[in-house]
Ligand binder design. Structure first.
Ligand code: ADP
Ligand code: MG
Length: 254
């Protein structure tokens, strides 16, 4: 579904991506993890042409990503930004309708779609007329997901979508998004810095370091056998945390 080969990107001589090969099958749920600055956001932006690579190829559903106009590509690829980026002076409904409006849909079709999308992301219909700043952080993220889904994309790219949320909201949103992924038969690439989230939600984890992919596999596979000790340590964090938590809880009960 998504194929990157030899993708490179430099900013003023600084290498953001140093030759990335990555192939994501239709229906896959991939978590992209790695330290801050390792190139995760640049990789997502290259997939939907918000950033142009200096070298290498990107293919979407078998076609070169740069074969047609970017807006046609972006209609097939929903993107949830790291900082949500809702338009503050637009209502929730207007934010969700941005892409349908660009595509010239009728007002009636847009209204129906907005109502369906609010249901899909489990937001009450009465929120349609609110401004983004009258929502909680979790509700804003749901609007971001609804907006990205508006034109029925087959692919979703999410950049640390739940990063700024409290743990309970984050868990609920992660689970809800995973259910949407199944229900809509999406292909998802989600950037996260939370290893527990990656292990719980994704079928496959891709680890980046300094602009390169250093590990790639199913969560269990990587935890058991990643060649790189740093990657193994990273994958082990959720288990270590769970063990410490269990010890603390046992102490508290004793
Ligand atoms: P991540 O999302 O993993 O934190 P990024 O893809 O945002 O990493 O950035 C990778 C590297 O490229 C970083 O060193 C970052 O500073 C640099 N970079 C990203 N975007 C730009 C830009 N627009 N101009 C200059 N440098 C950039
Ligand atoms: Mg980033």
């Amino acid at each position: 579904m998504i194929e990157l080969s030899g993708v490179e990107k430099r900013y003023d001589g600084h290498t953001a991506l140093a030759g990335v090969d990555l192939s994501v099958a239709r229906g896959a749920f991939v978590a992209l993890v790695g330290a801050s600055g390792s190139g995760k956001t640049t990789l997502l932006k290259i997939i939907n042409r918000l950033v142009a690579p200096d070298a290498g190829q990107v293919r979407i559903a078998g076609e070169a990503a740069d074969a047609g106009p970017p807006h046609l590509l972006r209609r097939r690829i929903g993107y949830v930004f790291q900082e949500v980026g809702l338009f503050p002076h637009f209502t929730v409904a207007e934010n969700i309708a941005v892409t349908p409006r660009l595509l010239g849909w009728s007002a009636e079709r847009i209204d129906t779609r907005v109502r369906d999308l609010l249901d899909l992301v489990a937001l009450p219909q009465e929120m349609a007329g609110r401004a983004p700043d009258a929502l909680s952080g979790g509700q804003r993220q749901r609007v971001g997901v609804a907006r990205a889904l508006a034109a029925e994309p087959a692919i979703m790219l999410l950049d640390e979508p739940f990063g700024a949320l409290d743990p309970l909201t984050r868990d609920a949103l992660g689970d809800d998004y995973r259910a949407l992924h199944e229900r809509l038969s999406l292909t998802t690439v989600m950037v996260t810095h939370d290893m527990a989230e990656a292990v719980l939600l994704a079928d496959r984890i891709v680890v980046m370091r300094a602009g390169a992919v250093v590990a790639d596999g199913a969560p269990g596979e990587l935890m058991a056998g990643a060649a790189d000790p740093d990657v193994r340590a990273l994958l082990e964090t959720p288990r270590r945390q769970a063990e410490r938590l269990r010890e603390r809880l046992a102490e508290a009960r004793a």
